[in-house]
Write a protein that binds this ligand. Structure first.
Ligand SMILES: NC(=O)c1ccc[n+]([C@@H]2O[C@H](COP(=O)([O-])OP(=O)(O)OC[C@H]3O[C@@H](n4cnc5c(N)ncnc54)[C@H](OP(=O)(O)O)[C@@H]3O)[C@@H](O)[C@H]2O)c1
Length: 341
């Protein structure tokens, strides 16, 4: 039996919206129904490619008979658009970083709970097949002999030397910077394996060529419920782009690009390494979308993979890091408070 249809409304029609729409071909029963962009021709172009309706306002999108809304705008607008969608009674899948701050996220989670609606951050990495295989392999090993769990240390980074000068990641007004645009992935990885952070230390560096008010490179060290992490994110450096999960009897490597991975290796101290290899189908966004559609059909209000607690712990790490490096966004109602001492 084919799954019941999920008609998506897209808020924003930029790069990620285009990738999301293309990847829907891999999501059983899902289609783009309507698209809003502040530049009508941008919405019309994307809508035309997917036989969808281009609409002229967020309100028109919510009234277009859609079953769920995908927020694909920049992080400065995630809170306002997600709030409007939830207030209109629609479930929301919201791009990363889910909001500018924990205060904004808590407001959305409160509304989603009050309206009994599914809300999930679009954090694609934990849905990719090799990440799922690594998790299930390590969890299976814990019960047996010679496994590398429990993971106690997470080391991960992602820096790209190719961020063009006009990219929104360089804008403080758009809640950009290396930490928000890229560090959010590393924060998720640390939280996913080690739990929420109780202590965060950070150093950051502005752009070497053109100081913009945001961090070009940020280094974070955190103490978590179950271990320590060391993470980095950058906008103008090359990096190996790997992630390592260390336990007392071995380690696991998620190979480059670790945030969009197809290969991982588990290296126990005793015994041969185990290679895991799972090609990413399409653009890799459809795994999270399929999961979201399945939750919707099952009447669930939370994802068990990217839980509200995950997103809260990640935003708390980003808030604490921003306070430590004094990164503020203009117009932000709740800037993170610099910790005392
Ligand atoms: N999951 C992933 O793999 C992944 C990858 C890349 C990006 N992202 C995330 O996806 C989001 C969008 O990134 P992107 O690369 O798609 O950016 P983008 O190409 O610049 O597209 C952003 C879209 O949002 C619209 N927008 C921006 N500000 C708006 C406002 N105030 N009101 C209405 N519309 C507004 C833009 O309209 P205009 O064109 O008129 O400005 C454009 O349609 C970000 O949160 C980013 O972190 C996720």
């Amino acid at each position: 039996m084919s799954p019941s249809p999920v008609r998506w409304g897209l808020l924003g029609a930029g790069a990620i919206a285009g990738r999301f729409a293309r990847d829907l071909q891999h999501v059983p029963g899902a289609a783009v129904a309507a698209i809003y962009a502040r530049r009508p021709e941008q919405a019309r172009q994307l809508a035309g490619a997917h036989s969808a309706l281009a609409v002229e306002s967020p309100a028109a999108l919510f009234a277009a008979g859609v079953d769920a809304v995908y927020i694909a705008t920049l992080p400065d607008t995630h809170h306002a658009f997600a709030r409007a969608a939830l207030a209109a009674g629609l479930p929301v899948l919201c791009e990363k970083p889910v909001t500018r701050s924990l205060a904004e996220l808590d407001d959305l989670l409160g509304l989603a709970q009050a309206r009994n609606l599914l809300f999930m951050e679009a954090m694609k990495t934990p849905f990719l097949p090799v990440y799922r295989a690594l998790r299930s392999e390590l969890e299976g090993q814990q019960a047996g002999q010679g496994g590398v769990r429990p993971i106690f240390f997470v080391q991960a980074g992602n820096a790209s030397p190719h961020t063009p000068p006009d990219h929104p990641s360089w804008s403080a007004a758009l809640a950009g910077g290396a930490l928000m645009a890229i560090g959010v992935y590393q924060a998720f990885l640390a939280v996913d394996w080690l739990g929420p952070a109780s202590e965060v230390q950070a150093l950051s560096q502005a752009s070497t060529t053109d100081p913009t008010g945001v961090d070009a490179f940020t280094l974070v060290q955190s103490r978590h419920a179950r271990g320590l992490s060391q993470l980095y994110a950058g906008l103008e450096l090359a990096s190996p782009g790997t992630a390592t999960l260390c336990g007392p009897r071995g380690f696991a490597t998620i190979h480059r690009p670790w945030w969009n991975p197809s290969r991982a290796t588990i290296t126990p101290l005793s015994g041969p390494p185990l290679d895991l290899s799972y090609p990413v189908l399409g653009d890799g966004l459809h795994y999270e979308t399929t999961h979201f559609c399945d939750l919707l059909r099952a009447g669930r209000r939370e994802s068990p993979i990217v839980t509200p607690a995950h997103s809260r712990a990640v935003m708390q790490m980003l808030d604490r890091t921003r306070a430590a490096i004094d990164l503020r966004f203009p117009g932000e109602p709740h800037p993170p408070v610099r910790p005392l001492g």
